[in-house]
Every structure is written in C-alpha cells, then in structure tokens.
Design a protein around this ligand. Sequence first.
Ligand SMILES: O=C(O)C(=O)C[C@]1(C(=O)O)C=C[C@@H](O)C=C1
Length: 250
Amino acid sequence: MGEQQLSLAAVRDALVREEDSIVFALIERARLPRNSPAYAPAAAAGGRSLAEFFFREAEAGHYQKPEDVPFFPQDLPSPVFPTTGYTKVLHSFASAVSMNDAIWKMYFNELIPLFTVDGDDGNYAETVALDFACLKALSRRVHIGKYVAEVKFKDAPQDYSPLIRAKDTSALMNLLTFKAVEEKVKKRVEKKARIFGQNVTLEENAGKHEGISGDSECKVNPEVLSKLYDQWVMPLTKDVEVEYLLRRLD
Ligand SMILES: O=C(O)C(=O)C[C@]1(C(=O)O)C=C[C@@H](O)C=C1
C-alpha cells in the first residue's frame, strides 16, 4: 500500500478484498476432513507438527511488507528479492507488531473444529497447504490494521496523541471503534460465504429463490464466517491498531 492510497476508504477497500480470499480459503480447506494428526508432533518433522514444518519451509523468502507478517520469524532467511519503499507509509516499528501467535491458536483450537468435519483421510500435506492459505489470508487481514491505525492517526492526531501519551488503551480502543461498520462487515462476510459457497448447477432448482442454496448446502456455514469476524478477526485487527498507535509517537 503506497502513500497515495492511504485514506480510510482505500484501506477499508483492502479489508473488503481480503474477505474474498478468506472465504475462498476456508471453502477449500472445508473440502478435507479435520485430519488432526497433521497438527500433532511428528518424528518425521523433527518433533514439530507437520503444519509447523510446512509453515517454516513455505515462509522462507516471503514477507517483506508490513501486512505480511511471518508466523515463525526466528529462523527466517533474508529476502531473496529486493524490497521497495513500502515502509515509508508506516512508522518504522510497524513490522514488529504481530498478532500471529493469537491467530495461530485461534485457527487451530477454535476455528478448524467449526468448519471441518471430524475425520482423517490421510491427506496431510494438502491439508496443511490449505491451512497455510487460510492463515496467510487471515493474518494479512488482521495486520492491515496497521494502515487503518496510521490513517486514523493522521486524520485526527489531536484526538489520538493525548491518549497515546497517557497509554490509555481502552480510550484508544473506543476512539477507533465503529460499531456500525463492524455490523456491516459481519453481514457482508456472511453473505459472501452464502454466495461463494454455493454449488452452481445448470439445472433449475425447484423451490429455490434465484438458485441461492440454503445454508446447510453451503460449502462453509455462513454463520461461521460471521462468528469468525465478530469474535476473532475484528477484535485482533483492533488489537493491531491499538498496539501500533501506542508506539506511534516514539
Ligand atoms: O474500518 C475501520 O475503521 C476499522 O478499524 C476496521 C474494523 C474491522 O476490523 O473491520 C475494526 C474496527 C472498527 O470498529 C471497524 C472495522
């Protein structure tokens, strides 16, 4: 995201686009059963889970933008490709703000059981590759909160600065919260899950209005998307915003 794009409307557009990636990634992952052995420590992966092993391999060479935050930053090799001037838009500490530990725990402990069926078909490599796509999209979405915070600060430094100096986390949280926007976001992702998750056929579907499937036929339950955003994605985005703002005057 460059300087010229930095307005609240533009950053909110980026959040809306990321919804599509999240819904499609969950739809893809939901094709496979839970496959929990992929998440247990495995001798073949050096005592790590297959999921962690896959992430460590797949993350090498990526992650240069502030919204692309690595899950395992410790052993990351230096980027292969030259970086461009993206950092100028955000304060220099932005890349240190990460909610990935919380996103990781939420995804494996809370979310996976909500949108996969219990079972084991042995397809672990594909499973963790699909998990990677889900987690990358979720993490990007949450960390775009850095740009949201920067725009909000630039638009009203007189409102934010005293709260930042007082380290008043809850007042900052109140100031950056727009309940009406959150309600719209929840409704929209639920609708996207309903529309993107349909089985599209050429036959007329008797009794179905405009060919829209009932929720039980959707590839991912639309209510799961609404809950995901309500309980985890938006609260974590706001945590990113607060954490970024708290250091904005450093
Ligand atoms: O759109 C904003 O203003 C945001 O800060 C993003 C977001 C979200 O996560 O979608 C978070 C907090 C607001 O209450 C509304 C929406």
